[in-house]
Design a protein around this ligand. Structure first.
Ligand SMILES: NC(=O)c1ccc[n+]([C@@H]2O[C@H](COP(=O)([O-])OP(=O)(O)OC[C@H]3O[C@@H](n4cnc5c(N)ncnc54)[C@H](O)[C@@H]3O)[C@@H](O)[C@H]2O)c1
Length: 329
């Protein structure tokens, strides 16, 4: 199988490519990435001599390049996106470009060359839920410019399925954690700052709840969907593991043997959704997927990876690790 992966230098895309390379060494993978925030060339340096992996530096809004790459593939999996909510609050424009115009550009090529397409989306499209969990049929109700751009992409995919009969699937996953995630996200930031014995910023009261999944469980779910997912469908992916931010940071400090007084509460982020929650009964029932990692096991693996791979994050600028300031960025 010839896979075109977009955004493969980022956190989930790179874990997915390494996972596929291990499970299906016969697959040919092309990765297009624009080297934007979240990307790290070190993520896939282990594949640089592989003749089953090809890297192309490029933007998914580049129609000519996307046409060429899509025409030479069997399936396109779109991970490419601006993914940091804080950045989307400071400046939504790159989110519109990558997450909406980029998806439109890939969809046009997929339609032209009649290829299979998988759009990687997020639980954030459903907005904050006071109670219950969103099923695939839940109303899209995004809060941040990031979530709105991902919801827009989902609607574009849906319209290409209905109008042009495109062979496309949308997946929505909860918050991922694991190796190779950008140091500006909660879990890596906490591990790195704790390792440096520096203050760890937490928004507001730290009581905001996210539903966490180990990145390899997400990658496994995408593979199941690639092989057995129903064309035109959408699938929610969740490990049913809801935890508030403060509890996560405390757990990390406990595992690392660091004092709780490293925690420093900061001003909350504008429009901060309180709780996300997904119902993943459909993928569990129809595709027999279930997560393999419990949170404690996954968190320990993640902490060990960051401790053992200090070179990966050593040159992270302190501005990336500090509390986000929307006004000065
Ligand atoms: N991280 C999560 O918890 C999570 C949860 C659910 C869904 N998702 C979705 O999964 C996907 C991957 O997320 P991630 O956390 O790995 O993000 P990331 O920020 O780590 O990586 C995104 C990658 O996409 C690339 N990219 C962005 N715009 C591009 C463009 N226009 N052209 C080419 N490449 C471009 C970046 O350079 C980067 O390498 C995103 O679509 C995100 O919305 C993420």
């Amino acid at each position: 199988m010839r896979l075109l992966v977009t955004g493969g230098l980022g956190f989930i895309g790179s874990n997915f490519i390494l996972h596929v390379n291990e499970k299906h060494p016969d697959f040919r993978i092309t990765n297009i990435d624009a080297e934007l925030p979240g990307s790290n060339k070190k993520n896939l340096s282990s594949l640089q001599d592989s003749n089953h992996y090809k890297y192309v530096k490029g933007n998914i809004t580049n129609k000519k390049l996307v046409d060429k790459l899509v025409s030479g593939s069997d399936v396109v999996i779109n991970f490419a996106a601006e993914s940091h909510v804080d950045r989307s609050i400071a400046d939504p424009r790159p989110f519109v470009d990558s997450n909406i115009v980029g998806v439109y550009t890939v969809l046009e090529a997929v339609r032209k060359y009649k290829k299979k397409f998988i759009q990687i989306s997020t639980d954030e499209v459903f907005g904050s839920l006071k109670k219950g969990s969103a099923s695939e049929k839940y109303l899209l109700n995004p809060s941040s410019p990031y979530a709105a751009s991902k919801a827009s992409a989902e609607l574009l995919v849906q319209s290409y399925i209905i109008t042009y009969g495109c062979n496309a699937i949308t997946t929505r996953c909860t918050n991922n954690y694991g190796p190779r995630q950008s140091p500006e996200k909660l879990i890596p930031k906490t591990i790195i700052l704790a390792q440096k014995n520096k203050q760890i910023p937490i928004y507001g009261t730290g009581k905001n709840i996210r539903d966490w999944i180990y990145v390899l469980d997400h990658c496994d779910a995408i593979l199941k969907i690639l092989f057995h997912g129903k064309s035109g469908a959408s699938y929610n992916i969740s490990a049913a593991n809801e935890i508030d931010n403060l509890t996560i940071v405390r757990k990390i400090l406990k595992i690392m043997g660091k004092p709780l007084d490293l925690i420093h509460f900061t001003k909350d982020r504008p429009g901060h959704d309180f709780r996300y929650s997904l119902n993943s009964r459909k993928i569990r029932g129809e595709l027999c997927w279930k997560p393999k990692y419990n949170f404690e096991k996954g968190l320990e693996r993640t902490i060990n990876w960051y401790i053992e791979n200090k070179k990966w994050w050593a040159d992270t600028p302190s501005s990336i690790l500090s509390a986000y300031n929307w006004k000065t960025r």
